[in-house]
Design a protein around this ligand. Sequence first.
Ligand code: UD1
Ligand code: CA
Length: 488
Amino acid sequence: MEQQPPQPSPSDAAYAPLDVLILAAGLGTRMRSHTAKVLHKLGGRPLIAHVCRTAAALMKEARPIHIIVGHQADEVRKAVVEELGEGGAVFITQIEQRGTGDAVMAAREELTDANSTLLVLSGDVPLMRPETLGALVQQHRTHRGRGAACTLLAVRLDDPTGYGRIVRDAENRFERIVEQKDASAEERAINEINAGIYCFETQSLFPALSQVKPANAQGEYYLTDVPGILRTGGGDVSVYPHPDAREVSGINTRVELAEFERILRVRTLRRLMLDSGVTFVDPTNSYVSPEAQIGRDTVIHPGAHIEGRTLIGEGCEIKAGVRITDSRVGNGVTVKDYSLIVDCEIADNCSIGPFAHLRMNARMDEGATVGNFVEMKKSRLGRKSKAMHLTYLGDATIGERTNIGAGTITCNYDGANKHATFIEDDVKIGSDTMLVAPVRVGARSVTGAGSVVTKDVPPDSLVAGVPAKVKKTFNEEHESEVMSQKSE
Ligand code: UD1
Ligand code: CA
């Protein structure tokens, strides 16, 4: 059998270096939104972030990605920097959105490497894979052994309405692209469409682009005129046919956004079920971020939302209506119905809820329990400690095996500042105790029901009353300390 020569990879040094340009200046009128389309979220991340991640995965060399911004430029920049880091992108502002051709033209001065191959993408095509773009670049570079002037990605659609159609000549070669609004009835019947994903040679792109006129139904400068201009000028335009239309289609309306959300969700849940061994009691009613990780034999009940970069261990039980965002959850953890957990760290074998609210870096050490209507903020609950009912723990550090009685509140806010509460190991905080911070309760101490603790409680003592006073001590060693407090 004849051996194929090894195909060079897209970033192979034998070829011109690759630049990427993402068009993201438009408002996206069809979204009917005050928010620029590329900032709308899919799988919890802005559309533009999806495109940036794909582009970055393709670029093996560390070259910044060029991005055309316009509508809500500051917010778009922020979303990009969050994804690519500072220096990961070069931003070019297109002040007035006069069409995709005008958008590319705006980048002329910034694309300093005239010898590069330029991959042009849209900020509203979130599901495309780096492999697909790699194959497009590959075809572009190897076309007829010398490379093409332009290669465009095409798909066939049952309903091509709204897209630019690919017009071919009598020999079935690419001739030009015609936009929906400018197409004749005959052209509108063409179902091969331009996906808006192209490779150009930077050198020949800009001379062709400067010939583009806004002489069309929309009065815009169409980037889609460029392949036809190149072809007329004797350039070679190649078409890369892609079989998966959905992967490369853009989002134009909220209906399409919702459809993409569904696709992404199904994909995520399938992966978690098939590869990770997670049980979803009702996959049609489970919401998991594509970036979340969940361990084997964890069971997710209906209506749960696992968001952001949440990490959940093995053998956990996440009950109905729970929301967990950007948190780490260990193994064997039970989160009971309707609990909300944001930016938290939960160690193995903890139990949470129902109706618990943990936020702002709340931490639970191994085997700790938080029950009904308990809120924890910036607090740490030590090993095997419990806060079972109706409690607020804010800016509190709680030791091991301590029990926080029903209705306990850390009064952490004095109207101006937040103060810390420390509760040491093996403490029993009585029901309805108010801990007026800053305050510390020593190890093995007990507070009586309804105590208002305004001063530090020494270890091994019982305090009670309003304000709480030491009533008893459990250890001779502290007797003198207790006596001095009593005489105050
Ligand atoms: C474009 C193509 C069409 C193709 C379709 C695929 C043109 C003229 N038409 O149409 O052939 O089938 O994509 O999805 O290119 N943008 C700017 N500045 C502008 C205008 C647009 O940055 O002045 C950006 C938009 O923010 C968007 C992208 O370019 O990210 C595409 O623009 P859009 O208006 O969505 O083009 P389509 O009408 O979908
Ligand atoms: Ca579009």
